[in-house]
Design a protein around this ligand. Structure first.
Ligand code: ZN
Length: 65
């Protein structure tokens, strides 16, 4: 443990582009996390890394593919 790079926790990205983000509250961990999917309807939502659904990114909607 001599060379320690900046600790970077790998988490699923939930903010894409310049669309304004909103803050979710994870009901299990009480953690707040930002996301800017236009399709969210619930504020209380687990983070994708904590069992929540992956937010849909505008322009990459699975139903458009
Ligand atoms: Zn959201």
């Amino acid at each position: 443990m001599t060379e320690k790079a900046a600790t970077l926790t790998k988490v699923t990205r939930t903010v894409f582009g310049t669309r304004p983000a909103h803050v979710h509250l994870d009901p299990d961990t009480a953690q707040k996390w930002e996301c800017n999917s236009p399709y969210c309807t619930e504020i209380e939502l687990p983070h994708p890394d904590n069992g929540g659904p992956t937010p849909v990114v505008q322009g990459y909607e699975p139903w458009r593919r």
